[in-house]
Design a protein around this ligand. Sequence first.
Ligand SMILES: *[C@@H]1O[C@H](CO)[C@@H](O)[C@H](O)[C@H]1NC(C)=O
Length: 362
Amino acid sequence: MEKRHMIILIVTLSSFSFALFVILFLICACRRKRNESWDEESNPNVKENGVEEIEMKGDFIRFEGAEDLTCFDILDAPGEVIGKSSYGTLYRANLLSDSVLLLRFLRPACTIGKVQDVMRVVQLLGSIKHPNLVPLCGFYSGPRGEKLLVHPFYKRGNLAQFIRDENRDSHKWEIIYRISTGIVRGLDHLHTSLQKPIIHGNLKSKNILLGRNYHPFVSDFGLHLLLNSTASQEMMEDTAVEGYKAPELTKMKESSTETDIYNLGVILLELITGKEPINGKANPDQDLYLPTAIKNAMLDRRMTDLYHPGVLENDKDGSSRVSEDAVIKFVQLSLDCCSPSPSLRPDIKQICRKLEEIGSKS
Ligand SMILES: *[C@@H]1O[C@H](CO)[C@@H](O)[C@H](O)[C@H]1NC(C)=O
């Protein structure tokens, strides 16, 4: 009996996936043929208030910079899973054209339900272009509510890996400073340059991707806007457990620009100290409020224990790359971002200015 059930289950499942595959294939084939008319139909830049009219069943939208991309290219590309979370899966897809893309599949159950709301968020995210933000190149929405976000792939990995791997470059002030200013500029764009601020909602060193010459790209911003409240809550809690937990989040349940600034502060501390934030899973009893430890050390004037041993190292010709004063100011700025009181944290513009000041004096 057991065996028969198994077989029935397997047959049902495989015919289901086969049917799904055929449907996807047909949709893509048919989209391809209608390529010319497709543009006017679903190009997000064309109509502002026509969102509701876009038919979502198997729709693929391309954004600026990815005009050549087709849904066929993407769904047809061999891919490998590179990450999994409660709300979705990340794939690396190798296209026939030799380009590599990052695909983010969102589980239908975890996303917001209303088609219009999804489209509004996707168009908003797709319109955001900044040298320090990972762009959204395309968005596919399947007939069963599958959602696929298409991004460029960054082969050099993320900031958390870069710090953890003890790469010599991660000890260099010049690189620390370059990465910091890039992240701050990206976040500044989200918080101040758009009609309405976009709260990143999931800022952490794993979500900072690195390009050539350690040029940082902030990723995952606004993703919480696509998730239902349970899923976005889970995402926030996962990140909090990794050490990015603004103290007010114990009472309130929503991320804000202030919680973004808190997370930014933790990232800046990771960069300058080379240490990982306190992981709540590994240390269930520990106070996750990392800066307490650092503040105590500051009071003890044990500053030199804090940052990377290499940060203050001299160049070959004996000249120091950075003054100790600049490093201390950097640590102080990071700690200000992590202030327990949200209203005492600097806003992103103030952080930009402070960082520039520190850079000009280092
Ligand atoms: C929201 O997402 C969770 C998964 O994180 C899912 O279990 C739940 O059913 C969803 N809730 C609603 C109301 O759709």
